[in-house]
Ligand binder design. Structure first.
Ligand SMILES: CC(C)(COP(=O)(O)OP(=O)(O)OC[C@H]1O[C@@H](n2cnc3c(N)ncnc32)[C@H](O)[C@@H]1OP(=O)(O)O)[C@@H](O)C(=O)NCCC(=O)NCCS
Length: 163
């Protein structure tokens, strides 16, 4: 399995992977309406291009021309020496095989090269991914509810890991 940077063209792959992963991830956590709303907000072609142009790094897990997952992250988040992981999603059939850890390791190395010494992320409080992050050494810092409009709420934990 390789980790490669997605260029603007690779954003189409990111969108395809998100559409294949989100319903499975959130079917027991969010309403179908909220899933559709958040996918449009964060994963429309325009939204992804805007994130890319604003310096968000996109990476893909690739093997033999097939794609298994992606992540997106931002150095110097809020002008601090921290890297924010905005997204990390592995295709349902490819979870539990080390791909997520591979992407987090890649991000950790990239962050350290930029002298960032903390990884930070938001995770839904009902998402079993919390167990994955804990396994990799992340700690829960605090809970955060974020109003995202249209009556929808993100009920998150903020988790961090020192590098
Ligand atoms: C969460 C996710 C990114 C983890 O990636 P993954 O490829 O499935 O996980 P890995 O196989 O790399 O797991 C690495 C380690 O964490 C452990 N782990 C994985 N998921 C776990 C969980 N839910 N609870 C506890 N431990 C877990 C693995 O057993 C493995 O441990 P090991 O190194 O001792 O073998 C992936 O499952 C996923 O995309 N989930 C759906 C989308 C999602 O929720 N994304 C996060 C949004 S904030």
């Amino acid at each position: 399995m390789n980790v490669i940077y997605a260029d603007e063209n690779g954003l189409k792959t990111v969108r395809t992977l998100a559409l294949q992963t989100w319903p499975d991830t959130f079917k027991n956590i969010l309403s179908p309406e909220q899933i559709d709303y958040m996918l449009e907000w964060m994963y429309s072609a325009n939204a992804l291009r805007e994130q890319f142009e604003n310096g968000i790094q996109f990476i893909l897990a690739e093997d033999n021309g097939e794609y298994y997952g992606f992540a997106a992250y931002e150095f110097h988040y809020k002008n601090e020496l921290r890297t924010k992981i905005h997204k990390i999603y592995i295709l349902p059939d490819s979870q539990g095989k080390g791909v997520g850890k591979l992407l987090i390791d890649f991000i950790s190395n990239d962050a350290k090269k930029r002298t960032n010494d903390i990884l930070t992320l938001n995770v839904n409080r009902y998402n079993k991914a919390i167990g994955f992050y804990e396994k990799l050494g992340f700690k829960t810092m605090y809970a955060e509810d974020i109003d995202i409009g249209k009556g929808f709420l993100m009920e998150d934990y903020v988790m961090e890991k020192a590098l």
